[in-house]
Design a protein around this ligand. Structure first.
Ligand code: ATP
Ligand code: MG
Length: 387
């Protein structure tokens, strides 16, 4: 039995812990607040700020884990290099976790070093530089803090009149001490995908079928698998995912995000070195192994002979419209009454406005209409009210 320390205990962590428990592992779940979803199913918990390097190392020294599995980006990730030196396996690697938490680091690696096609971009540290970057990239563009996730501080800027507000929002939405932003050409993509990619300790890199998704305000609302794609575009995405995950090193699942334009081809956007929120669609049993089971096997160095697509699937999120402690859920009966559908309530102790509290996933046979399945899933998720 191995001891796994999970840094971040949200809904993705919860499913990962369940996968690990099914393999008999011992899990210590950490987060900045108590009773987080993954803590509810783990062996032990630790509550501390993972951005605090000393607190992080104190928890590591106390539990002496075999493996550290980061579930979120808001971690003092430089410390993970120290953990690797101590002989602890970091998932997928300290290098990968460090690079992906900073948009500049990953963009420079992907675009400048590896030559992957991305949106045009510039960086800005001051409002003056921001204006200059906007002129160079052109309108509309997207601005994002270098360190942020789930759309925090991110906005689309259509004209110079919106520059000041966009800058203020980006600076306010940044995590950590870096106040720099990236200004990105707005890509008018036809659709976007997450390509779940699995790198293994002893085995070749494997790909899941692409997952299509729809984002609002930089956060995911629905996802569906398998997303139909031109063969050529899928191949290009796989080659890029292979390159960038190899360069970042380590074993685990990665959510590699791409924008696809039928006219201009495939753009690399970013990647997560961990299960991806849009990959919750695999909880519908779309594949022989869910993204969480795949991550668990890859992390433990267990073989993954193949990944097979078994069903069509869709996921749709349940967001809270209110701010409340001990949230209650209405409409669960409606979802559970539907065929080929699962309801997953994450069990978060507190609801915030717009916070993701649960997900509905639906499945059907592979030859059925994916759009109908998406509609069904969205209308079921809309029936659940958080109070
Ligand atoms: N250059 C762009 N052109 C068009 N749309 C974009 C661009 N950049 C981002 N978006 C849209 O915003 C979404 C979120 O962007 P991105 O993934 O970079 O942010 P994030 O904060 O890291 O999100 P998450 O952490 O949820 O993955 C994308 O999935 C896409 O829908
Ligand atoms: Mg993203």
């Amino acid at each position: 039995m191995k001891k796994i320390m999970l840094l971040g205990s949200g809904e993705l962590g919860k499913e990962f812990v369940i996968a690990c428990k099914r393999k008999g592992m011992y899990v210590v779940a950490c987060d900045k607040y108590d009773n987080a979803p993954a803590m509810q199913v783990a062996d032990e918990r630790e509550v501390f700020s993972m951005l605090d390097g000393d607190a992080l190392m104190a928890a590591v020294n106390k539990h002496n884990p075999d493996i550290i599995v980061p579930e979120i980006e808001a971690i003092r990730t430089e410390k993970l290099y120290e953990c690797e030196k101590m002989g602890i396996q970091v998932t997928p690697s300290a290098r990968a976790v460090n690079f992906t938490m900073n948009r500049k680091a990953i963009r420079e690696l992907a675009h400048t070093e590896l030559g992957l096609k991305t949106a045009n971009y510039k960086y800005a540290k001051t409002f003056e530089e921001f204006k200059a970057a906007a002129d160079e990239i052109g309108y509309p563009f997207i601005v994002k803090p270098l360190m942020s996730s789930s759309g925090h501080g991110q906005s689309k800027v259509d004209s110079p009149a919106e520059l000041q507000k966009a800058w203020d929002d980006a600076v306010a939405g940044a995590r950590g001490d870096i106040k720099e932003v990236i200004v990105e050409q707005f890509i008018k993509f036809d659709y976007e995908i997450t390509l779940l990619t699995v790198t293994q300790k002893n085995g070749k890199t494997l790909f899941c079928r692409p997952i299509g998704h729809v984002q609002k305000g930089g956060d995911y609302r629905e996802s569906f698998q398998p997303m139909p794609m031109q063969d050529q575009h899928l191949k290009e995405a796989q080659v890029m995912a292979d390159k960038v995950t190899k360069a970042l090193t380590g074993a685990g699942i990665w959510g590699v995000e791409f924008f696809i334009s039928n006219k201009d081809g495939v753009y690399f956007s970013e990647l997560s070195p961990r299960p991806h929120d849009t990959g919750m669609v695999t909880l519908a049993g779309t594949q022989n192994l869910s993204e969480f089971e795949l991550h668990c096997r890859a992390v433990l160095g267990l073989p993954i002979p193949e990944i097979t697509q078994e069903k069509n699937g869709a996921s749709a999120v349940i967001l809270s419209p209110v701010e409340t402690e001990n949230p209650q859920y209405e409409g669960m009966e409606d979802v559970c009454a539907a065929e080929r559908t699962y309801l997953r309530i994450f069990g978060k102790p507190v609801a915030h406005v717009g916070r993701r509290m649960g997900v509905v996933v639906c499945y059907d046979k592979l030859d059925t209409d994916l759009n109908q399945l998406r509609d069904k899933c969205k209308s079921l998720a809309a029936k659940v009210t958080v109070k």
